[in-house]
Design a protein around this ligand. Structure first.
Ligand code: FMN
Length: 219
């Protein structure tokens, strides 16, 4: 599904102008724009295309207040017209789920029978051996936060501000929003139109402080 909506900012401008908004106007995000942000946000990549991210879209003011109480009363949660509870679902290692990803690949023509069989053996092995992660939660968090990054940049390109938040109590959020035990809350993402006080750019380290040549630590 695509639609005709065009972003108002290109990628470079969206990245440079995105700020973590600390306050939001009450204005709603037009439904078509929100849907387009969601659609593009989940074009984010994931290992074996497993797409472990899940989002609870919280819009009703009573629910935002409930969420705010789980988020150390951060004002953005009460003010933003939309707050996403961004979750990583650890059930992606279940057989039926892997089959659903295979079917998706088959439907698009991306997965032939050989590739489907490779996925049936390689994915369980990945989660058994965990060569590049310590826990399934780390793996789902890795991917969910990539999707959150996509969402933030896409949102800004459509003029929508965001605030990612780790200031929340996981157990409280899970209980209040019926989040299953094997689903983790990775962050909250407030979305809407920023209001004063606007947050100033806090700067970033120079690229030669964080990019190394060939070996870690070599600038
Ligand atoms: C994972 C994550 C968690 C964050 N948690 C919070 C939070 O709980 N509350 C908040 O106001 N800002 C939070 N922030 C926003 C950061 O403070 C902000 O991104 C950082 O200061 C850089 O500012 P900028 O995003 O405007 O460039 C979080 C950012 C990230 C990426």
């Amino acid at each position: 599904m695509t639609n005709d909506l065009q972003p108002t900012l290109n990628v470079q401008a969206a990245i440079e102008q995105r700020r973590a908004a600390r306050s939001f106007r009450a204005d709603a995000i037009p439904e078509a724009i929100l849907t387009e942000i969601f659609r593009l946000g989940v074009r984010s990549p994931s290992g074996y295309n497993l797409q472990p991210w899940r989002f609870v879209v919280v819009r009703e003011s009573a629910n935002r207040e409930k969420l705010k109480a789980c988020a150390f009363n951060q004002r953005q949660v009460g003010e933003a017209p939309v707050v996403l509870i961004c979750c990583g679902d650890r059930r992606i290692n279940q057989k039926e789920y892997i089959e659903s990803v295979i079917q998706l690949g088959q439907a698009t023509g991306a997965a032939n029978d050989a590739y489907a069989d490779m996925m049936r053996s390689a994915i369980p092995q990945l989660f058994e051996n965990k060569p590049s992660f310590d826990s399934l939660e780390a793996w789902t968090n890795r991917h969910t936060m990539l999707a959150v990054a996509h969402l933030m940049i896409v949102a800004k390109s459509f003029g929508v501000d965001t605030c990612p938040m780790e200031g929340f109590a996981t157990a409280q959020v899970k209980e209040a929003f019926n989040i299953p035990a094997d689903v983790d809350v990775c962050c909250l993402l407030a979305m809407g139109y920023a209001a004063e006080p606007f947050k100033q750019y806090g700067g970033r380290f120079d690229i030669d402080q964080v990019f190394y040549q060939e070996t870690f630590g070599e600038s």
